[in-house]
Ligand binder design. Structure first.
Ligand SMILES: [Zn+2]
Length: 68
């Protein structure tokens, strides 16, 4: 097994799907390789959470308030 370089579906950046991650995926029984880089995966997760909390405050959401 060796590291794979995958192009992120969302941002188009290349990211490395490391051997360790491949083993993790195999262990979990995931058949598909990741299609998004870790950043986009995190962003999607965060967006989902923020959507629940900020449905009525979109202006705050888009004002650059991205404290992690
Ligand atoms: Zn990405």
């Amino acid at each position: 097994m060796s590291d794979k370089t995958i192009t992120c579906k969302d941002c188009g950046n290349d990211f490395v799907f490391t051997v360790g991650e491949q083993e993790f995926y195999q262990e979990k029984g995931f058949e598909n390789e990741p299609v998004r880089c870790p950043e986009c995966r995190r962003a999607r997760k965060a967006n989902r959470n923020q959507y629940r909390n900020n449905r009525n405050s979109n202006s705050d959401f888009f004002s650059g308030n991205r404290a992690a």
